[in-house]
Design a protein around this ligand. Structure first.
Ligand code: FES
Ligand code: FES
Length: 165
């Protein structure tokens, strides 16, 4: 038996045949669609390295069964930059030295984009830390990550891009 699903991934329609309904969204992205930006850390919902946006909401893709998201829209770290221009959250991570080894960074960035889109970032570092608490960074780059999220949130307009000067 096989299951056929269609997803919009980073704006592109992708149809995939699955021979097992237990394939996770993370494995589908990495192994079937060659989108290896989303990382597999714990594979059990505890580190956030696999975070993607699913219909606009941030999810741990290692815990999401691909088959249950037929028709969904997925955005991964590969889909953030626009015509070679980094997304404001990506740019802010670089400016604020928000990563060291970089393994957790795609998940951190996707989580930040998600929470800013939810209107949760505000100006409060404590709130940002709380909203980002599902994303672990073993290098301890948290200070830079918090500053980057606050800075990007201040600079972003309603469309998720830099406000006009
Ligand atoms: S790999 Fe998904 S939460 Fe850790
Ligand atoms: S930058 Fe290394 S785990 Fe986060």
């Amino acid at each position: 038996m096989s299951w056929s699903i269609t997803l919009t991934v980073n704006g592109e329609t992708r149809r995939v045949e699955l021979d097992d309904p237990r394939v996770t969204l993370l494995d589908l992205l990495r192994e079937r669609l060659d989108l290896t930006g989303s990382k597999k850390g714990c594979d059990r919902g505890q580190c956030g390295a696999c975070t993607v946006l699913l219909d606009g909401r941030r999810v741990n893709s290692c815990l999401s069964l691909a088959v249950s998201h037929d028709g969904a829209e997925v955005v991964t770290i590969e889909g953030l930059a626009r015509e070679g221009v980094l997304h404001p959250v990506q740019a802010a991570f670089i400016e604020h030295d928000a990563f060291q080894c970089g393994y957790c960074t795609p998940g951190q960035i996707m989580s930040a984009v998600g929470l800013i889109g939810e209107g949760q970032a505000g100006e409060d570092p404590e709130r940002v830390r709380e909203c980002m608490s599902g994303n672990l960074c073993r290098c301890g780059a948290y200070q830079g990550i918090t500053e980057a999220v606050l800075d990007a949130a201040r600079r972003m307009g309603a469309d998720g891009w830099e406000k006009a000067a």
